[in-house]
Write a protein that binds this ligand. Structure first.
Ligand code: 1HN
Length: 357
């Protein structure tokens, strides 16, 4: 539409209307002054025949990233930083603090003796522990000691703080629905008076009450996020192992479980859904795609994931992202465990989630 006056301009690929004639161009300019625009010039881009994500597939190797995360530990304390995190930015969305359009991801470091002060916000968070043993996160008055492979949730608006009384640095993956909440312009946050919450429940209380196939009298009948704060790896790993042993193996995903909300069988949080899969040695997954761009973490083993033309080779601690609707397939060189998380619950709630075709 910047062509010299009097010559028709080529239509953009999003146009359904053919060339922009001088008459049309002049008209667009006039209506533009009134904050009006012609839909027919942009229609195709607004309703593409299939998802057209700006995200690209990407891999962060734990061995490389770990060094940089540890270096941050020499430059700033957890308290100064509030949260000492290196954001995993999708290479095609630099500066936007996101790994997919809807999800934020980062690697958080907490050194022995440090605390990360209590706050709360509208965004929900999950943690997946990559390295270390013995730091804790306190959520809503319940302290949860974290070990490698544990999946911990911080439901929206719950007070949370972290501390590391152990002798080892602790690194975990944070995933938050920050871009989703901000998309709706619905974000609030606040600091709490106390830096560290006092315990109002026993450690591990929520798993003990809700994670054993029973529900206490008085359990809420409707709860759109799980009452379980931590799903320990030590409890979940045996389930996928048992499934694999009895050949309960999905041809795309391996022997896989979903971290569920025991109240309604739904996902652990309303915006983010997580899963854990065991891929037997030699597993060759079939091609798969779905509309939820997905973040994967290799917990154990070694293998590859082919995402369209790219192939990622992963080993423990590596994080990779497969954007929406990109076809991918996993293979496992040795018995492997993959954690994954996406915005699938949000898409399902809106009725827009699709897989395969
Ligand atoms: C947050 O509260 C944490 O509590 C980590 O550990 C990362 C990224 C954006 C906004 C809030 C945490 C975060 C965050």
């Amino acid at each position: 539409m910047d062509a010299p006056a009097g010559s028709p301009t080529a239509a953009s690929s999003d146009s359904v209307a053919g060339a922009v004639t001088p008459e049309r161009a002049a008209y667009y300019e006039r209506i533009g002054k009134e904050n009006l625009a012609p839909l027919w010039e942009v229609l195709r881009g607004l309703v593409p025949p299939e998802p057209k994500t700006p995200c690209v597939p990407a891999l962060w190797r734990f061995n490389d990233v770990r060094k940089m995360v540890m270096e941050a530990g020499t430059l700033i304390t957890a308290k100064e930083a509030e949260r000492r995190v290196l954001v995993l930015e999708n290479p095609a969305l630099r500066g936007k603090s996101r790994i997919t359009q809807s999800l934020y991801a980062g690697l958080q470091l907490i050194l022995p003796g440090e605390i990360a002060p209590a706050h709360r916000h509208t965004a929900s968070a999950i943690r997946f522990v990559l390295d270390g043993d013995g730091a804790y996160t306190a959520v809503d008055g319940e302290k949860t000691v974290m070990r490698r492979g544990d999946f911990v949730i911080t439901p929206n608006w719950t007070p949370h703080d972290h501390g590391n009384p152990s002798q080892q640095p602790m690194i975990w993956l944070d995933v938050l629905d920050v871009p989703t909440v901000n998309f709706f312009d619905a974000a609030f946050s606040e600091h709490l008076d106390q830096e560290t919450q006092s315990n109002t429940r026993e450690d591990g209380d929520s798993y003990a009450r809700y994670g054993s196939g029973v529900l206490p009298d008085g359990a809420p009948k409707e709860m759109i996020r799980s009452p379980i704060i931590s799903y320990p790896f030590a409890r979940v790993r045996p389930v996928i192992e048992r499934m694999a042993k009895s050949d309960d193996i999905n041809p795309y995903h391996g022997a896989r479980v979903r971290y569920a909300n025991p109240i309604n069988g739904g996902w652990a949080t309303p915006t983010m859904g997580a899963q854990l899969a065991l891929l037997p040695k030699g597993f060759k997954g079939k091609d798969y795609r779905s509309t939820d761009g997905t973040i994967f973490v290799c917990v154990e083993g070694e293998g590859t994931t082919k995402v369209e033309e790219q192939t990622f080779h992963w080993t423990p601690g590596d994080v990779f992202v497969v954007p929406s609707w990109k076809t991918y397939a996993h293979t496992a060189k040795s018995e492997s465990v993959l954690f994954s998380i996406s915005d699938r619950p949000a898409q399902e709630a809106l009725g827009i989630w699709r897989e395969l075709n």
